[in-house]
Design a protein around this ligand. Sequence first.
Ligand code: FES
Length: 113
Amino acid sequence: MNAMSANRVAIGTIDDIPRRGARCMKNGDMTIAVFRTVDDRIFALEDKCPHRNGPLSQGIVHDGCVTCPLHNWVISLETGTAQGADEGSTNTFPVRLEDGRIYLDLTCNFAAA
Ligand code: FES
C-alpha cells in the first residue's frame, strides 16, 4: 500500500480511464500517466520511457506492465523499472483508489539514476 502525503489530489474516477489504458495529466513541466489494468488496479508513472522518453501512456498495458510504443521496452507499472535485459527506470507516483475515486500523490518517487 502506498503512503499518501499532503500533495494528494483527486483526479477523477476509475471509469475515466479505459481498462488497459491511460489518462495523462500535467504537473508543472511533467506529464503523469495514470494507468488502469484489466483487473482495475491503478498506477501512476511519469509519461516518459527510460529508453528514449517514449510516451508510455500510448503503450500496451499487460501483466502489470506497459510496453513502450516506440521500441517495445516493457516497464513495470508498480516500480517504473525496465524488465528483462533492458535497464532504466521512470519516476513513479503513489496513487490510491477509494470507492472508485482516484487520488494521486504528486510527491514523486524519483527513479534511481
Ligand atoms: S523510447 Fe521506449 S522503448 Fe525506446
